[in-house]
Structures are given as structure tokens and as C-alpha cells.
Ligand binder design. Structure first.
Ligand SMILES: [Mn+2]
Length: 345
């Protein structure tokens, strides 16, 4: 029998406000319909940041103290905003052999909550065909979102929850606090410029965008990192991972925006943590990579985002990025193909 595994990442469905970067609903629906038509067993791996809980406001503000109730409220807003996406996923699951697996990313740590998982299973109506985890793997392939090899977003997966002031909250990494408390303002004031990658080209081309980024970065370094001893007192989510920051600087200097420079190191770490696989797939970086490593006999893939995002070369107009996916084919339990493809509707 033929088995297909499809991997897409960084869809970032939100609640339809200016912080929600998902626009191409029809492209996503067409993709889901396309894989529904495939014969055999089809597994869809939604490889993290499927939902953009991180950039969703709750009662007009952003917080990094996330209770189960708050996450469930956000999940319901997402389902209300994109009913057709969930309907199409339901139709995909109507075929008996099909499965959907959610890998948890750094924008959707909220999927750790049992109530959120239960609600999503109810919405999609096929409880036994839906799974959630930090990674998806078998003897040949390893698929994870990629934030676990990112010094700013690495989370202690053995401990997804914390107790704070008598409440159970998500145990979030430092990067979450940095975005929800500081860098979110960049999105609020420059929602379009923020969608341009590589980011360092966007900063070069839009001086006001760059100035605001510098102001926020300064504020963040002073308050969020240096004064954190005082500012973050008693806040269990505000711990600065100084050791990780030093490791990042040792490896990459002060570079935090040119994602293409981090790819090799992240794959190296991923392979070290999960050795001897034939293929490694991640997202999170918002770029594409397809490396066929004949010496080590493995394939490394990065899939790009499905949010609305633009690619910019130096001095050129930004162009809308194509939607990409990884396609893995098994024939009678034997790995036959691993590809990075572009979906054209
Ligand atoms: Mn991510």
C-alpha cells in the first residue's frame, strides 16, 4: 500500500485582526482538497505554528501568563474566524485511512492543554485520528517545528506547565515574553513591513521600520535582559536563559535577524539529538532549504510559512512567497521519496 506524509508549517491562523498574518485561506483549502484526493493512507503533519496564539490579544492585551481557559478562548476564536479550513480538514479525515498530526510550535504551545486538544478533536470530529506532540518520527524520518534548536524559543518539554499565584499556566520560553511584551509593537505599527523576509533587507529598505526595531530592541535589552533581575521578580515565565544567550552570541555574534545563517547549526543540533534518520524536516525559519547530503546519506528540509509573507532581494520590490510542503512517500512500508515542493493552486 502507498502511504503519503505531507508536511506544512507556520500557517499561523489567528483571529482576523491586524496581528493575524494568515490571508491565503483559499490556497490552504485547495491544498487540503488536493491531498484528500490522493489514494492510499495520507498523513498530514501540521508542523508547528499552525495557530498564532502568540500574537492573539485577549481582552485587548497581550500576556505571557497563559491559563487553560485563555488558550481555549483563543482556540474558539480561531475556529470561528476560519470555519472553512476546519470543515476541509474534517472532510480529509472522513477518509478512513487519513490522519492529522499536530506538532507543537512556539506560536501554539497552547496545544499542550488537554481542554484545547479535546475541543479541536470535537471540532474535527475524528478523535482517534488526531494526535498532538512535540515531534513526529519513525525509523526513517524526524519532523519537528524547529524552536527546540532555537536558543530563544527552546522550551523545557518535560515541564509544559507551571504554578503561579495559585494558577496553572504554560511554561513558556524567554522568546515568548520578548515577543508578547516588546516586539509585538513592531507588528502593531508596521504590520506590512513585518511580513517581509529576509528581515535584514526589510530593515535596510524601510528606515522608520528599522528605527522602531532599534528602539524596541534597546528597551528589551535594558528592561527585559539587564534589569530583569528586578523587573521579572517573582515571575516564573520571565527567566532569562543567560547561558543560551551566550551560546547564541558565541555562535552567531549579534546576528538575530538573518535566519539563513542559523540553518546549518540548527540541523546539526537536530541530528545530534535524533541521530541516524534518513530525513529531517523542520519549519520555524520562514525560508526553504532542500539539502541532499550524499556523504551522510540524509536529506534536510525546511518548509516555508503559509502566512502572507513577502520575499525581498536587495533593491527589488517584495514578492509574495509561494506555499511549500514536504512530501514523503512510502511504498509497502519502504521509504521511497522525500521531496520539497511548491503548491500551485
Ligand atoms: Mn516558529
Amino acid at each position: 500500500m502507498k502511504k503519503n506524509i505531507y508536511v506544512i508549517s507556520d500557517i499561523e491562523l489567528g483571529q482576523g485582526d491586524i496581528f493575524d498574518d494568515f490571508k491565503d485561506e483559499q490556497a490552504l483549502i485547495n491544498f487540503l482538497k488536493y491531498i484528500t484526493k490522493e489514494k492510499g493512507k495520507n498523513i498530514l503533519v501540521l508542523n508547528g505554528d499552525t495557530f498564532d496564539f502568540l500574537k492573539m490579544q485577549y481582552k485587548g492585551t497581550f500576556t505571557h501568563h497563559i491559563t487553560e481557559e485563555l488558550s481555549l478562548w483563543k482556540m474558539k476564536r480561531i475556529v470561528e474566524t476560519y470555519p472553512r479550513v476546519f470543515e476541509t480538514l474534517r472532510v480529509f479525515l472522513n477518509k478512513s485511512a487519513n490522519r492529522v498530526h499536530f506538532n507543537i510550535g512556539n506560536h501554539d504551545f497552547d496545544l499542550f492543554w488537554p481542554a484545547v486538544q479535546k475541543y479541536l478533536k470535537e471540532v474535527l470530529e475524528h478523535e482517534k485520528k488526531i494526535t498532538f506532540a512535540a515531534e513526529y518520527q519513525n525509523r526513517d524520518i524526524h519532523i519537528e517545528h524547529g524552536h527546540q534548536v532555537d536558543y530563544f524559543f527552546k522550551q523545557d518539554v518535560s515541564k509544559p506547565f507551571l504554578k503561579h499565584k495559585g494558577e496553572k499556566i504554560l511554561n513558556l520560553p524567554f522568546g515568548y515574553l520578548a515577543v508578547s511584551k516588546y516586539f509585538i509593537e513592531l507588528k502593531r505599527h508596521f504590520p506590512q513591513e513585518e511580513k517581509i523576509y529576509p528581515r535584514h533587507h526589510a530593515f535596510e529598505n524601510f528606515p522608520e521600520f528599522r528605527q522602531m526595531k532599534q528602539k524596541i530592541a534597546y528597551n528589551f535589552v535594558v528592561k527585559g535582559i539587564i534589569l530583569n533581575f528586578i523587573m521579572g521578580l517573582g515571575d516564573p515565565v520571565a527567566n532569562v536563559p543567560y547561558f543560551n544567550l551566550i551560546k547564541h552570541m558565541y555562535k552567531h555574534g549579534l546576528e538575530i535577524y538573518d535566519e539563513s545563517k542559523f540553518t546549518d547549526k540548527r540541523f546539526k543540533d537536530l541530528i545530534k539529538q535524533n541521530p541516524r534518520r534518513k530525513a529531517y524536516i523542520m519549519g520555524h525559519l520562514h525560508l526553504t532549504r532542500h539539502i541532499i547530503n550524499s556523504k551522510k546519506n540524509n536529506i534536510l528540509i525546511v518548509t516555508d510559512t503559509w502566512r502572507e509573507e513577502y520575499e525581498m532581494s536587495r533593491g527589488e520590490e517584495p514578492i509574495l512567497k509561494p506555499k511549500t510542503y514536504a512530501h514523503i512517500v512510502y511504498d509497502n512500508d519502504k521509504l521511497n521519496k522525500v521531496d520539497l515542493l511548491t503548491f500551485s493552486q
